[in-house]
Design a binder for this molecule. Structure first.
Ligand code: ATP
Ligand code: MG
Length: 260
């Protein structure tokens, strides 16, 4: 079953100096339960694409449908179905976690808006927060503390707990582990994979690091200058890239360079 249907998506950032075409005529289908990697060099439009899919931004043209319902051209008050079922984790937990809020309030953030509450029905909010903090491996007292009292990896666990709080179907991770040290990155990636497995989540994983995408995602699309230039099973993209740009991305991974 297709969960996301993206058709003819275009996003132009306009400024007085020049217009930037960040996405052009982009089509993409994401199926329920799929783990899809989105790769491409810096500035290729990865974040623009996932922000439009999560309705954090509006396209210049084109449509995004989620589970058969339009996401584009719809007022915020009618996006409760998307806000409860699609959650994002960003690269920089320092920037995405409010330093003045305790972890438990940060984690409860996606649960407080009226449009989300209407979708989710009755539940004990404090208990839900405790459950997800435990699920991401944080100690019981973590909820009382502020972001600066945690390590970088722990902060990203808080961001993941926040994403899990409304029991979403889809997790969109935009460079979610890129800012972490290598050893911490592996732990957080393992956590993500376990959660995706346990909860049967659909995963959209944005990364410029193809070796990470290769481990996590059976399928991937390659973005270049706002267009998808290649799509398919990740293993095939790696072993037989049909586009010269993909071949260059693969060749840029140190472990692969020797084989090419
Ligand atoms: N708010 C904005 N205003 C103007 N231009 C923007 C804005 N956001 C992104 N862009 C431009 O749009 C293009 C795509 O940017 P985007 O952030 O989607 O790329 P990306 O693939 O996520 O890059 P990175 O790997 O560096 O995160 C780039 O040329 C970027 O400079
Ligand atoms: Mg980006």
């Amino acid at each position: 079953m297709s969960l996301f249907e993206v058709r003819g998506l275009r996003r132009v950032y306009r400024s007085s100096r020049q217009d930037v075409i960040a996405l052009e005529s982009l089509d993409l289908t994401v199926h329920a339960g799929q783990r899809l990697g989105i790769v491409g060099e810096s500035g290729s439009g990865k974040s623009t694409l996932v922000r439009l899919m999560a309705a954090l931004d509006r396209p210049t043209a084109g449509t995004v449908m989620f589970d058969g319902l339009p996401v584009t051209g719809v007022p915020e008050r009618r996006l409760g179905f998307l806000r409860s079922r699609v959650q994002m984790v960003f690269q920089d937990p320092r920037g995405s976690l409010d330093p003045r809020m305790r972890a438990r309030d940060i984690v409860a953030e996606p649960l407080v808006s009226p449009i989300v509450r209407r979708e989710l029905g009755e539940f004990d909010r404090a208990q839900r927060v405790r459950e997800v903090l435990d699920e991401v491996g944080l100690p019981p007292d973590a909820g009382d503390r502020y972001p600066h009292e945690f390590s970088g990896g722990q902060r990203q666990r808080i961001a993941i707990a926040r994403a899990l709080a409304p029991n979403p179907d889809v997790l969109i991770a935009d460079e979610a582990v890129s800012a972490l040290d290598v050893s911490v990155r592996a732990q957080v990636l393992n956590l993500l994979m376990r959660l995706v497995d346990d909860r049967g989540l659909t995963l959209i994983f944005v990364s410029h690091d193809l070796s990470v995408v290769r481990h996590l995602c059976p399928d991937a699309v390659v973005l270049q200058a706002g267009r998808i230039v290649e799509a398919g099973p990740t293993s095939a993209l790696f072993s037989q890239p049909s586009h010269e740009y993909t071949a260059r991305l693969v060749a840029a991974i140190p472990r692969f360079r020797s084989r090419l």
